[in-house]
Design a protein around this ligand. Structure first.
Ligand code: SF4
Ligand code: SF4
Length: 764
């Protein structure tokens, strides 16, 4: 059966299924799961029906604890009910999760896994939240990609109804929740085929009802609690088979076959990595690359982590395995090992004692931590782990991806190792938060994913300071499915949407030889060269880059779009990249403009159309000289007079080299010195507000509203003006209590982002 191919992110893929197979959805937003609740809320508001023709009731509670309590109550009334959450939000659900599981209620919680706050808060991904729930009695099912997030949302729903064990379906926050991929969309027929109406009826019949009165939630004493707790064992024992049955049925419908544990690699592998989450896809890509070159390696993806089936796990491993590395995306300080590692050690031990482990020799097991707080996990690291396993005494309880110079847990790897296929187009775009770069790139992926045969992937790296900060968009397109859930390190297209970035970030570090470099530049093709730092000139020459410039801000201003340069830069990308014929691309960009801006009026659409046409006329190739001629280079991230910590740590973070800082650079309890932001001067404002002392009514609104505290007011004695330069502006203070004093408002140009909020709120 032909199914639509759509381009969307993991949150939307999951919400799409969860919404259509439930009747009640209790939500409370938390990053990175919020879009799942937002989609459900919007679809319900639009009156979209589920697969039974009713519109789910979406209710926003006052906390995640409230959301899970609402789920519990709704389940007890027999409604198909779900929720979405992450991180500390999931922790708040734990008390209700014990109750929901203890009473064998069928439900699926969808979780975009996120780091728990410990020495610091982090909105990024690891599995510490999910692992904190492994004692609740929920089944834990991991999906590793956007397609799997959609597929497993349905498999989990089918399995919970049959097993009565509640499910927590999880996928990596940001990396999958916000990664855009082209996937095959499940249909209503698929959902109807997977959901057994008899099981839905059985779920309803278990509801608390005055018609069939029973008591649930009793208190029990030492005489009975223990036995009653064990009474649920058969449900957990049956659960893995039920999940496999649902996976088999799903495979018959869609052709996508999953198992509780999926092994990929050499049938006679001697080294195997065991892991779950998006990193397993990166391991798969590396394993395929290495096995093609004769290495005996493999990866075992854990799909159903709880209940853990020892038999299925052992059967899935090749008999030839001699060394197993178990990778956990979580740290449990003080534990004998991380959770998955301990399960694997125990499974091997139990299998041996039961006589079902048929290995040629008992495999050595080592455990390691990776990817905490979305730390990159790359094929180079996977290769490093396989290399470690060849040693006589490989490191146990290792870390990979960091430099641990304190307790020396980290293993080495060659960062230059790459599995990137030449058939894949890899494009990187450097933009400024809220300049439209990310939205334009999301549209570009949709255009390529939906209008061509290519597979497409988009991932966006934001600074948590959001507006006015660096955004880096990573886009891949190619003829084969894309498993690369890591950042692009070798790009054949680099676009820099802000000229000032050239002095602050090494934007061309990722450019491959022969790549295209597109720069938004106020300088034309004949003059731009002299305005580039030496490092940039050197890389353009050495890597033989094809260099193009456009003055996108000038065009945006001329057509009435202000500082919105996204449409212009997107047009240039399509014009230069040749992914789809130029005319076709222009047509699609204009279709997206109509879709995106249509409701804002004809004029906005017209301005954007004009921007597209003007972009093509004003894109110029630069004739690259063969000599570095610049008299200046990239500026240091902080001035020389900055304190030691700022120079050693903050400066590296500002320069984008935070990944290279060793463990010893940090305090063990998360303490940081204060006042370090005074050394971080971003200098990104294109326009800076100017204070007019004659019209100012001294209301202070501009000062209060500046999101960056870049505008300050002062009342002071006139004596202090005696050495002021003639250009220094001041006026009489207007307040009665400050009679005879002077008043000044000043903007700090280095901190101002040019957002214009102060001018907008000014009543004068
Ligand atoms: S434009 Fe005004 S509000 Fe915006 S950062 Fe600058 S001073 Fe602050
Ligand atoms: S908002 Fe305008 S009027 Fe009020 S203090 Fe600022 S500049 Fe003056």
């Amino acid at each position: 059966m032909e199914r639509p191919k759509i381009t969307l992110d993991g949150n939307e893929a999951t919400a799409y299924v969860a919404y259509h197979v439930n009747e009640v959805i209790a939500i409370y937003p938390i990053t990175p799961s919020s879009p799942m609740g937002e989609h459900a809320d919007q679809w319900a508001a639009e009156g979209r029906p589920n697969i039974w023709g009713t519109v789910p009731h979406v209710v926003e509670m006052q906390s995640e604890g409230g959301a899970s309590g609402a789920v519990h109550g709704s389940l007890q009334r027999g409604a198909l009910t779900t929720t979405f959450t992450a991180s500390q939000g999931l922790l708040l659900m734990i008390p209700n999760m014990y109750k929901i599981a203890g009473e064998l209620n069928s439900t699926v919680f969808h979780v975009s896994a996120r780091t728990l706050a410990t020495h610091a808060l982090s909105i990024f991904c690891d599995h510490s939240d999910v692992m904190a729930t492994r004692g609740t009695g929920f089944a834990l099912l991991a999906s590793n990609s956007v397609q799997e997030a959609m597929d497993f949302a349905l498999i989990a729903q089918a399995a919970t109804l049959e097993s009565r064990v509640p499910f927590l379906h999880f996928f990596d926050g940001f990396r999958i929740s916000h990664e855009i991929q082209k996937v095959e969309q499940l249909t209503f027929d698929d959902m109807r085929a997977m959901i057994d109406d008899d099981l839905v009826r059985a779920h309803r019949e278990r509801a608390l009802s005055p018609d069939r009165p029973v008591i649930r939630g009793t208190a029990q004493n030492p005489d009975t609690f223990f036995q009653a707790r064990e009474a649920a064992n058969p449900y957990y024992l049956a659960c893995p088979q039920i999940v496999q049955k649902a996976m088999d049925k799903f495979a018959e419908l869609t052709g996508r076959r999953y198992h509780l544990f999926d092994y990929i690699g050499a049938p006679d592998a001697d080294r195997v990595i065991v892991m779950m989450g998006s990193g397993a896809e990166t391991a798969q890509e590396t394993v395929e690359y290495l096995t093609e070159r004769g290495e005996k390696v493999g990866v075992l993806k854990v799909r159903l982590y709880r209940p853990f089936s020892v038999e299925h796990f052992i059967q899935a491993l090749p008999k030839t395995v001699r060394a197993i590395a178990v990778l956990d995306r979580v740290k449990e300080p003080g534990a004998a090992g991380e959770p998955l590692y301990l399960d694997v050690v125990d499974a091997l031990e139990e299998a041996t004692s039961k006589g079902i482990a048929q290995f040629e020799t008992a495999p050595l097991v080592i455990g390691g931590r990776y990817g905490l707080s979305s730390k990159e996990f790359t094929p180079a690291m996977v290769k490093g782990i396989f290399d470690e396993m060849t040693k006589d005494n490989p490191k146990n309880h290792f870390t990979v991806g960091i430099k641990d110079d304190v307790t020396h847990t980290s293993i080495d790897y060659d960062p230059n190792f790459s599995t990137e296929e030449p058939s894949v187009t890899r494009a990187i775009f450097y933009g400024l938060g809220s300049d439209g770069t990310v939205s334009a790139n999301k549209n570009s992926i949709k255009i390529i994913g939906e209008e061509t045969e290519n597979y497409a992937q988009g991932y966006f790296v934001y600074d948590s300071r959001k507006a006015g900060s660096l955004t880096v968009s990573h886009l891949r397109f190619g003829p084969k499915p894309i498993y690369s859930h890591y950042l692009i390190s070798r790009a054949n297209f680099v676009a820099c949407h802000q000229f000032s970035f050239l002095e602050r970030y090494d934007v061309l570090r990722v450019a491959e030889p022969g790549a295209i470099f597109l720069l938004n530049s106020p300088y034309g093709p004949d003059e731009v060269w002299d305005h580039l730092p030496r490092t940039v000139q050197r890389q353009i020459i050495d890597k033989k880059l094809r260099f193009y410039v456009i003055d996108a801000y000038k065009i945006a201003k001329e057509v009435g779009l202000g500082v919105r340069i996204n449409t212009i830069m997107q047009t240039c990308f399509f014009s230069l990249s040749d992914i789809i014929p130029k005319d076709e691309a222009i047509k699609e960009i204009k279709n997206f403009i109509k879709k995106t801006y249509g409701k804002r009026g004809e004029e906005i659409v017209r301005m954007n159309f004009a921007a597209v046409d003007r972009a093509l006329e004003n894109l110029h190739e630069v004739k690259v000289p063969d000599q570095v001629t610049s008299t200046f280079d990239m500026r240091p991230p902080v001035p020389d007079e900055a304190p030691d910590f700022v120079k050693r740590v903050t400066a590296e973070m500002i320069a984008g080299r935070g990944d290279e800082l060793p463990v010893s650079a940090f305090s063990p309890d998360g303490t940081f010195p204060t006042g370090t932001t005074q050394w971080e001067k971003r200098n990104i404002a294109l326009e800076i507000p100017e204070w007019d002392p004659d019209t100012c009514i001294q209301c202070g609104r501009c000062v209060m509203s500046c999101p960056h505290a870049a505008i300050r007011s002062k009342v002071y004695s006139p004596d202090l003006l005696k050495d002021a330069p003639p250009t220094f502006k001041s006026t009489d203070a207007r307040w009665r209590q400050f009679k005879g004093m002077r008043f000044t408002i000043q903007v700090s140009p280095e901190d101002c982002t040019g957002c214009g909020v102060c001018a907008h709120v000014c009543p004068a």
